[in-house]
Design a protein around this ligand. Structure first.
Ligand SMILES: [Zn+2]
Length: 151
């Protein structure tokens, strides 16, 4: 029994494909607004803008917190430890020479990667509609986790 005026009923608001996870993280990694990919994401080194200057998307809902720092430690730590161990196998130099090389490199690599990684985290939270990015309550406790967002 099909009626002529039959329509598909969709629950839970907008289509999830309008916020693809990979594209959102990629735009964040390039320090651009995850919604439009045009506006700048940061007004200072690690201070995100409140609203995108191009599309007006509210960025203030992000809760990146310590995750960018953890990710920088994981990424930079693995890359630099690999570099240290490989050069130690090839070049026989004193530990002080290694310290003089790798300690400044670690500082520079961390400074170079923390902003794009924070942008990626903001893109991830935006794509998953976390912490008020989905239009709900802008909480930081367990009530705003992904398991409680409308599906
Ligand atoms: Zn935008």
């Amino acid at each position: 029994m099909q009626s002529d005026g039959e329509q598909t009923v969709r629950f839970g608001g907008s289509d999830p494909v309008d916020r693809p996870l990979g594209r959102s993280i990629k735009r964040g990694l390039t320090c651009r607004c995850p919604a439009c990919g045009e506006g700048r994401l940061f007004r200072a080194f690690l201070k995100p803008v409140d609203h995108c200057s191009v599309c007006g998307e509210d960025i203030s809902h992000h809760r990146a917190d310590d995750l960018p720092a953890y990710l920088v430690i994981v990424v930079v730590g693995h890359v630099l430890m690999t570099g240290y161990m490989l050069t130690d196998m090839i070049l026989r130099v004193s530990p002080w020479v290694h310290l003089a090389i790798w300690a400044p490199l670690a500082v520079l690599a961390a400074i170079a990667t923390i902003q794009p990684i924070k942008g990626g985290v903001i893109g991830l939270q935006w794509a998953n509609r976390m912490h008020g990015f989905g239009g709900g309550e802008d909480g930081t406790d367990s009530t705003s986790g992904p398991s409680n967002r409308p599906n």
